[in-house]
Structures are given as structure tokens and as C-alpha cells.
Ligand binder design. Structure first.
Ligand SMILES: C[S@@+](CC[C@H](N)C(=O)[O-])C[C@H]1O[C@@H](n2cnc3c(N)ncnc32)[C@H](O)[C@@H]1O
Length: 260
């Protein structure tokens, strides 16, 4: 890492901590919160595998159903085991209620503040859904991952979704922080697992898009047949196929000259 990089990372972490504290104070005020699966589908339908869409001859105007169908069709191949899913940056209660009954064995939503009413907590419990409070951008905080292990009694998950909408815009997108989070989430993903991530707000965050395209270029170059990534304007979908590496090696953009 270049000299001075550590200083920049430290500064970005400090800024992000302050942003998270600010967001903690306004959790009640987000216009979009605890959204439905249909709403998530509108954000992510564009990054669903072209090959899947062609094979199923999906009508892309029916955005509401594609997301759920693709996830269930892909993960049902993990037939012999119980399925686990996480939303990073949201309570996930409505989202996971939208999947077919008992499709997931256990699910978790991670957000800054748990605002659920007692009745909602009760019905989540019946669905094996849990909410963890924590800061997902704090790359030094191990508590969230310890809590996940405790709730799931399991180290790996089959589905990761992150759609922070307005909140995604506020953060300092330091390359090292983004890499760290992407590698962490990838490492807890099971074989044949899926990861949907909103990394920027459309139109307003061009720099982040460039960073992500560079990273995707690196993955395509090194793991083309094992990891499928479809990246669109502000979202990507990653499929960790059977036989994919368990962890991603450290990505050092400054050492990669040939990435298109
Ligand atoms: C606009 S809401 C979107 C909620 C949900 N994903 C949805 O689409 O309905 C933003 C969410 O991001 C969460 N969030 C923002 N910063 C976070 C952070 N650093 N760590 C964990 N969650 C965060 C907030 O707690 C809030 O639930």
C-alpha cells in the first residue's frame, strides 16, 4: 500500500463513523424503510444474469417478480441444506416475508436502529427472522459477524442483499474500505450463493461506478467461469458458482495495469 494510504483510510473510517451516527439519529425519518420484495426487485432486476433472463424468456417489464424468481430458482439447487440470508443496511422483515413460505431457514436484517413494534418482533420470530443493530461500514467491528454466527449457528449464508438507498450516498467510498467489505461479504457466501449490492445512487456517484467496474474487470480476468458478476448503473449481482474460490485474494488496483 502506498505511503499515506493508511492515513486516508483512517480519515474515511472516521468520517463514516460520524455519518453513521448522524444516520442513527434519523432512522425513523427514512422515506424508504423495511421495503417489500417487489420494491427491491425494481432496484435489482437490471443486474440479474442475462443468461437467466434469456433462458426463461422473462418479460423485463414485469420487474416485480424477476428478483424473487431468480433467487429461488438459483438457490433451490442447494437442495440438501437449510438456506440462510442477510440484508445488510435494513431490517429485512418485509423483504424476507416476500419469499415463498419456509424457503429460507433463517434470515437476518442488519441496520443502525431496530424500530420494530412488539407485534412485528413476534411475527418475525415466527418466521425465524432476526434484526441486529450495528454499523456495517466499521471494518474493525467484529461484533456483527459474531452476532450472525450466534443467530445462525452457521458461518456461511446463501443470500446477501444490500440496498441502503439514500444512506449509500452519504458514505466516503474509500477503495480500501469497499474492497474490505466486498471481500468479507464474499467470504461468508456459500457456494452457489448470491449477493445483490447497491453501491451508489444512480447518476450522482460516477466515481464509485468506476471503482466497481475496475474491481469487476479484475474478477472477470481471474475467475471468469467461477464467479459471475453482472454490474449495472448502481447495482451488481454476484453469483459465487460451485467451485468458486472460498475467499477472494487481496485486490491491489495499483498493481493491475491490464484491466479494461
Ligand atoms: C433508506 S433506508 C433503506 C432500508 C431498506 N434497505 C429498504 O430498502 O427499505 C437506509 C437503511 O440503511 C441503514 N444503514 C445506514 N447506514 C448504516 C450502517 N452504517 N450500518 C448499518 N445500517 C446502516 C439504516 O439503518 C436504514 O435502515
Amino acid at each position: 500500500m502506498k505511503e499515506g494510504e493508511f492515513g486516508k483510510i483512517r480519515k474515511a473510517i472516521k468520517i463514516n463513523k460520524e455519518v453513521s451516527m448522524g444516520n442513527f439519529a434519523i432512522e425513523e425519518k427514512w422515506p424508504t424503510r423495511d421495503s417489500s420484495i417487489e420494491d427491491f426487485s425494481k432496484t435489482f432486476f437490471s443486474c440479474i444474469s442475462d443468461e437467466y433472463n434469456t433462458r426463461h424468456n422473462f418479460d423485463r417489464s414485469k420487474k416485480e417478480n424477476i428478483f424473487k424468481n431468480y433467487i429461488e430458482d438459483t438457490l433451490k439447487n442447494n437442495e440438501n441444506k437449510k438456506l440462510y440470508a442477510i440484508e445488510f443496511g435494513g431490517s429485512g422483515s418485509e423483504l424476507f416475508r416476500g419469499f415463498s413460505k419456509d424457503f429460507f431457514y433463517k434470515t437476518i436484517g442488519i441496520c443502525l436502529k431496530d424500530l420494530r413494534k412488539i407485534s412485528e418482533k413476534f411475527s418475525d420470530k415466527l418466521n425465524n427472522h432476526f434484526v441486529i443493530e450495528g454499523d456495517i461500514l466499521d471494518i474493525f467491528d467484529k461484533k456483527i459477524y459474531n452476532d450472525i454466527n450466534k443467530k445462525f449457528n452457521m458461518k456461511k449464508v446463501d443470500l446477501i442483499i444490500s440496498r441502503m438507498m439514500g444512506a449509500v450516498y452519504d458514505f466516503k467510498k474509500n477503495e480500501a474500505i469497499l474492497n474490505n467489505i466486498a471481500r468479507k461479504w464474499y467470504s461468508i457466501l456459500n457456494e452457489n450463493g448470491l449477493m445483490f449490492v447497491q453501491f451508489a445512487l444512480p447518476k450522482v456517484e460516477i466515481n464509485t461506478e468506476e471503482l466497481v467496474h475496475k474491481w469487476v474487470g479484475y474478477i472477470n480476468q481471474n475467475f471468469k467461469d467461477k464467479i459471475e458478476i453482472q454490474v449495472e448503473k448502481n447495482v451488481f449481482c454476484l453469483h459465487k458458482k460451485f467451485g468458486a474460490p472460498e475467499e477472494l485474494p487481496e485486490y491491489k488496483p495499483e498493481e493491475i495495469n491490464t484491466v479494461k
